[in-house]
Design a protein around this ligand. Sequence first.
Ligand code: IPD
Ligand code: CA
Ligand code: CA
Length: 272
Amino acid sequence: MDPMITIAVRAARVAGGIITRSLGKFDSYTVTQKTRNDYVSDVDKAAEQEIINILSKSYPNHCFLAEEGGYHGRDPGKDDYVWIIDPLDGTTNFLHGFPQFAVSIALQYRGKLERAVVYDPMRQDLFTAVRGGGAMLNNRRLRVTPQKSLKGALLGTGFPFKDQSYLDAYLAMLKDLVKDTAGIRRAGAAALDLAYVAAGWLDGFWEIGLQPWDMAAGVLLIQEAGGVVSDLEGGDNYMETGHLITAGPRLHQIIVDTVKPHVTDSLRYRGR
Ligand code: IPD
Ligand code: CA
Ligand code: CA
């Protein structure tokens, strides 16, 4: 296995153990509210700390962009190696005992995604990707679906529950997509949703209001599985805006064409 993936997988598994050992033990951790509808627990923080400890032991000169701790580095935007970490993606699910969450770890080198690990500790699904080396689930090579139309397609999404100023635009997109697809799922952990697109379990996915740590690993998984990732208008600004559409190449264009008429000016920039 690629040495950086080996270390990242070790970190993801340790974090996954911290999370599953605490699942359902509601009295064993404290929860605080960060912003509207956005919660963090001691479990998120402990998992993040453990991931950073493991990675920095092997890579003392690398930098970290982690959801709970922010940026640890010298020169944001210019540091060579940056690990982008969501220690517990799907915190709201976890806090309710709803078993859909994951650990997401990506490595960027000079602004390009190079390695990805998304680990579901409940199902022990380990998704990994190396730039140019493909995407894997455990030992199986991944491929996005060849779906060509919305008819028969299963899509994933996330609701813009934090910044509700996007709600009207989002609902208009949902309305246009829901009437033509086989179904739309909102499972509550974006990193896993993206991994499911890479695995071909979802034909496509879109969400408004994501953060880099929600997306980074999943984006590389999809690209290495032959999928396309864009912002809401088909451009490359998904990391900057936080708004993303992804699918196999043909379906991707159809989703972009459906969503684009509902894109308002504020959706061309990052909100929150
Ligand atoms: C959230 C989940 C959710 C998505 C939110 C994210 P968190 O991440 O990925 O599915 O809809 O936008 O913030 O807060 O549980 O790490
Ligand atoms: Ca997240
Ligand atoms: Ca999180």
